[in-house]
Design a protein around this ligand. Sequence first.
Ligand code: SF4
Length: 363
Amino acid sequence: MNLQIRPEIEEILQKAWEKRITEKEALKLMNSSSDELFALAVTADKLRKRSAGDVVTYVINRNINFTNVCIGSCKFCAFRRNKSDADAYLLGIEQIVEKSREAKKLGATEICIQGGLHPDLDAEYYSDLLKVIKEETELHIHAFSPMEISYAAEKNGMGTKDALKYLKESGLDSMPGTAAEILDDDIRSTICPKKLKSREWIRIVKEAHELGIPTTATMLYGHVESAGEQVKHLAALREIQDSTKGFSEFVPLSFVHFNTQLYLSGKSRGGATGIEDVKVYAVSRIFLDNFRNIQASWIKLGRKLAQVMLNFGANDLGGTLMEENISSSAGLSTSMLDKKEIERMIIEAGRIPRQRDTLYNLL
Ligand code: SF4
C-alpha cells in the first residue's frame, strides 16, 4: 500500500515515540489526511502497547442517575427536566441502596452516581447517600462531577475543598471528571452557559486530587468546538496530570446529538463523524504522554466503533453500567453489556480481557 504521508507528520510521529509533542504538533495530527490516519493509528497503538500492554480492561459497575431534575441549562443535554415535568424523577435513598445491593449481587465492584442539580438537594443529602451505600455494600463509590460538587458546596455555604473533604469522609472514593465538556469559556458560554467555568473545573479537580480523591478526565467533542479547542482542552488535562497525577484515565466522549437543543437549533454539527472519532482517540493517546489509560466509551461510540478504538490507542472499555439514562435521553439506543460480551469484543480485537476495579487494579 502506498500511503501519502507528509514528512512533517512523519516527523511528529517519530518525535512522539521519544518525547512529548506540542499543541501545535497535535493540531497538525488532528488535521491529518485519511492516508495519514493509518500512520497515526500505528503510532497510537505502539504507544498504547508501551504504556498499557496488551491487556484491555473493563469494570463491572452500576450507573445510577438518581435524578433528572436539574436547574442547569446545558444545551447538549436531553436528560434534564424541570421539577414540575411529568417525567421528572428523584429516586428515594432506599431505591438507590436497593439498586446498589442488586449490583453487588451481580458482581459489581463500583457504584457510579451522577444526577441533575436538584433544587432541593445539597451536600448533606449527598453525604447521607454515600454513607448508606457504603454501609450497606462496602462497594467503591465513584460519584459526583465537579459541577455537582460546586453546586452542593454552594447550597451548604461551604468551600468546594471542604465539601470534598466532607464527602470523602462520608464514603466518596473517586469522582467522574465529567462537566469538563471543552475547557474553553467561549465554547462553554454557547453550550453550557450556567455551568462552572474552566478554571473552576480545574480548581475542583486539583482539590480532589490533593485530598487523595482520584478522578477521571473527559472531553465532550463533536459539537461546536474546533480541533484547536480540542487540543487546548487536552493540553489543560496534560498540565493537571503533570502537577497532581490524580487522573485515573482519559475518556473522550463523542457528542450524542439527536434530541439536544444544541443540535436541533442548528448551532452544532451532528456529532463527530467516525473519522473525527478515531483522530480524537489516536491524537489523545499520542499527546497525553502522562496518561496510562485511555477509555473507549462504548455507550457513546457504539460497541463496534469502541472495539475499533482498541487499535487507535484505547486500552480500556469502561464499565458494564447495568443502566444508563443520559445518552439514551439524547437519542441513543443503549442496551447493556455483560462480562461475556465485553470479553468477546476484546478477544476478537486480539487482546487480553481483564476485569479491573475503578483504580485499574486487575481483579
Ligand atoms: S448536563 Fe448535567 S448540569 Fe447540564 S443540564 Fe444536564 S443534568 Fe443539568
